[in-house]
Write a protein that binds this ligand. Structure first.
Ligand code: ADP
Ligand code: ZN
Length: 426
């Protein structure tokens, strides 16, 4: 299954070439960050590390890791390495886990973003001139503009609808023959619901590029069957430069290729912070090798995944493959001694015939004791009892299950809010 590629010579470099390039770039990055940024300089000094210490891949462990809190404290541009006159754009995280973080872009950073995104589009099978409908908002959230910059670089025909007004989105998709739909995973579901309501289809639609949220395998199948497209899982975050900077799965769907000429991926144990062997799930850390304004170094993403393979993929690409993100470290819920992630609930719910892909997990706290209630939309034939029984079988504990008619639960613009906390005793 050899495939058209956006940058074939870079996407198929041998593993040795990739490692060599990464080491050269990492050493350069340390020197660059030290020279141009006071915070990095202080951090490296404290860790007793200098650019000459970075020779082999394991030397990355000598560099101090950074997390969201470090970036928040440095708001607005404490980690910036370039003169402010060189900044051309900014974006901010959606703030799903706290106050937002600002990312600044030079002309070079915008080019790098567009390049990574364009690789993803071409990997999904997009061809020049293909109509692409971009459904995240065009604003501070990086999704809309990232998808735009990449689509321009890949030569696609941009339909920049932005967020909301799903009926109009569908009309435009029909009028202009949208072939590629892109957005947050839960928006794909919205489009699907609207089509069902209208009892119509979008026959031209063949490719879905969805990201920004975890999605279970069954949710993905739901989208694929319902919208009649092949769904791709695109990965990136504000701190690494936005959507698609890290990578996406290819038509082999055997993991997310991370663009290793631009980024180093580490999977570390969540507690000990030691590197884990390939195949074991841990916290993804990212080093951005080629970004100019704010290159993160050993950034603790909070995302959990494992390395699937470093071998050449059937698609011909050599870049590492990681599993889909199963959750965020801070998403994990502990209820009555049982640990679980919202995606596990999602997976279990989607297995129940008649259940629709819109749900919320309500954590009810009464005098310090937490209980779980799952709200889900479903056909009238599905009862709360069916939901509770299936969740018990799959998760090993018994949340209460409340069933609502399709369309009854709240919907958000942007990322879906899947977990809601409620204090019951005040
Ligand atoms: P935040 O949501 O932290 O405010 P961003 O808007 O930058 O900030 O979103 C980045 C985060 O979104 C990632 O760290 C990850 O948790 C999640 N994310 C992005 N893409 C995916 C994906 N394909 N699968 C699962 N989670 C994703
Ligand atoms: Zn591949």
């Amino acid at each position: 299954m050899k495939q058209r590629m956006h940058q074939p010579e870079l996407e198929t470099m041998s593993r040795d070439e990739l490692t060599d390039l990464q080491m050269r770039r990492l050493q350069h990055l340390v020197r660059y960050a030290m020279k141009n940024n006071r915070l990095h300089r202080e951090r490296f000094k404290k860790a007793g590390v200098s650019p000459e210490d970075i020779r082999i891949p394991a030397d990355i462990l000598r560099l101090p890791a950074m997390n969201k809190e470090d970036l928040r404290l440095a708001y607005p541009h404490g980690f910036n390495c370039v003169d402010l006159s060189e900044i051309r754009e900014m974006h901010m995280s959606s703030g799903s886990t706290g106050s937002p973080i600002a990312m600044l872009y030079t002309e070079g950073d915008l080019r790098q973003w567009a390049e990574c995104m364009a690789r993803c589009y071409v990997m999904a099978g997009c061809e020049p001139g293909d109509p692409i409908q971009i459904t995240p908002s065009f604003g501070l959230f990086n999704g809309g503009f990232g998808m735009y910059h990449g689509a321009r670089a890949a030569g696609l025909f941009v339909i920049p609808t932005g967020a909301g007004n799903t009926a109009r989105q569908i009309r435009l998709a029909r009028d202009f023959g949208t072939r590629i739909l892109t957005g947050v995973v839960s928006y794909g579901i919205r489009v699907l619901e609207e089509l069902k309501k209208e009892k119509s289809e979008l026959p031209e639609l063949t490719i879905g590029v969805f990201g920004a949220e975890t999605f279970s395998e069954s949710m993905k199948k739901n989208l694929e069957n319902g919208l009649g497209l092949e769904a791709f899982n695109i990965y990136g975050m504000t701190e690494t430069g936005g959507v698609g900077t890290l990578g996406q799965d290819c038509p082999d769907h055997s993991g997310i290729h991370v663009w290793e000429d631009h980024y180093i991926v580490e999977v570390l144990d969540r507690e000990t912070r030691e590197p884990l062997p390939d195949g074991e799930e841990g916290e993804i850390h990212i080093t951005a090798l080629t970004r100019e304004a704010i290159p993160v170094i050993r950034f603790r993403t909070g995302d959990l995944a494992r390395v699937v393979s470093r071998q050449t993929c059937p698609c011909g690409r050599t870049h590492i493959r990681i599993s889909p993100i199963t959750g965020r470290v801070d998403d994990m819920l502990i209820i009555k001694g049982i640990n679980f992630f919202p995606t596990q609930v999602e997976q279990a719910l989607m297995e129940i015939p008649g259940v629709h892909p819109n749900y919320q997990i309500i954590i009810e706290e009464t005098h310090g004791v937490k209980d779980v209630r799952v709200h889900v939309e479903a056909e009238p034939t599905v009862t709360g009892f069916t939901v509770e029984k299936h969740l018990k079988e799959r998760l090993g504990f018994s949340p209460k299950g409340d069933v609502f008619l399709p369309g009854a639960l709240p919907r958000q613009e942007g990322k879906a809010v899947r977990v809601v906390y409620r204090k019951m005793d005040d």
